[in-house]
Design a protein around this ligand. Structure first.
Ligand SMILES: Nc1ncnc2c1ncn2[C@@H]1O[C@H](COP(=O)(O)OP(=O)(O)OP(=O)(O)O)[C@@H](O)[C@H]1O
Ligand SMILES: [Mg+2]
Length: 256
């Protein structure tokens, strides 16, 4: 069964059809990439799934249940987590605190409590801190747990955002251009981590312009252009699709 199933999803901004009748599925335990030129509607698609934007029509099923139109905290509670195209960290908080914020959306005291800073049990707090340290190790940032998030270089800030997204123990992780701004070494590390996360059983939906990364790690790729899905399939098929080459792969694809 598909973990995520999107059918005929639509969203316009004024007269612009940013996402136009898009349908696709993401199978459990796979990495699916969404690619396409700048302005194709990729981030809008993520915002619709994550609840940051309200759809105009269509359906979104997660684990067979509708999450269509739900607010972000309910989508998160259902098991979907995300990173943003522009990093969104709490600059005045430490790395550990930033990661723990992600965990708090899932902890027993609940989302409302975490937002209102209601007291949690000490055991709960200790477990959250231990989990944050574990995630930091996975992303190679365990040595900066107590540093201010704003003091880190770009690559490490991205790692913190990643760890925070995983802290809620999602079933589905939405990654919006995670390689943007990373150097080749960091991108290679990122690729290994994404595969490792998939192998941990977390399904991944990935927006990315770095085509070597996409072609290397994706099980399936969907291609958007002007809000519409123009192709879908395994990397080898998509890479050789004449329409995809014409609108995207043939040109300069190193766009951020
Ligand atoms: N909040 C908004 N209000 C108005 N127009 C918007 C809004 N968000 C996105 N758009 C427009 O919708 C279209 C799709 O934008 P979107 O950000 O989804 O593209 P994208 O595929 O993520 O592009 P990129 O690769 O540059 O990140 C663009 O034309 C954009 O200008
Ligand atoms: Mg985008």
């Amino acid at each position: 069964m598909a973990l995520l199933e999107v059918n005929n999803l639509c969203r316009s901004f004024g007269g612009l059809r940013a996402v136009n009748n898009v349908s696709f599925r993401v199978n459990t335990g796979t990495i699916k990439a969404v690619i396409g030129p700048n302005g194709a509607g990729k981030t809008t698609l993520f915002n619709l799934i994550a609840g940051a934007l309200k759809p105009d029509g269509g359906s979104i099923l997660f684990n067979g249940r509708s999450i269509y139109g739900l607010p972000p905290f309910r989508v998160a509670a259902a098991g979907i987590s995300r990173t943003f195209q522009n990093i969104k960290l709490f600059g005045n908080m430490t790395v550990a605190e930033n990661i723990m914020v992600g965990r708090h959306t899932r902890s027993g005291s609940g989302f409302a409590a975490s937002m209102l800073s209601l007291p949690r049990t000490r055991r709960e707090e200790r477990e959250i801190a231990e989990r944050a340290a574990e995630l930091a190790r996975l992303f190679g940032i365990e040595d900066v747990l107590d540093a201010g998030a704003a003091s880190l270089d770009f690559g490490r800030q991205r790692a913190v955002e990643f760890a925070r997204a995983l802290a809620s123990e999602p079933q589905l992780l939405l990654l919006d251009e995670p390689a943007a701004g990373l150097n080749i070494y960091e991108t290679n590390e990122l690729a290994k981590r994404i595969v490792r996360i998939r192998d941990m059983g977390i399904t991944i939906l990935l927006i990315e312009h770095d085509m070597s990364l996409v072609m290397d790690i994706s099980d399936e790729i969907a291609v958007l252009s002007y809000g519409e899905k123009i192709a879908e399939g395994p990397p080898c098929n998509v890479r050789n699709n004449p329409q995809v080459i014409a609108v995207y792969l043939g040109g300069d694809v190193a766009q951020d």
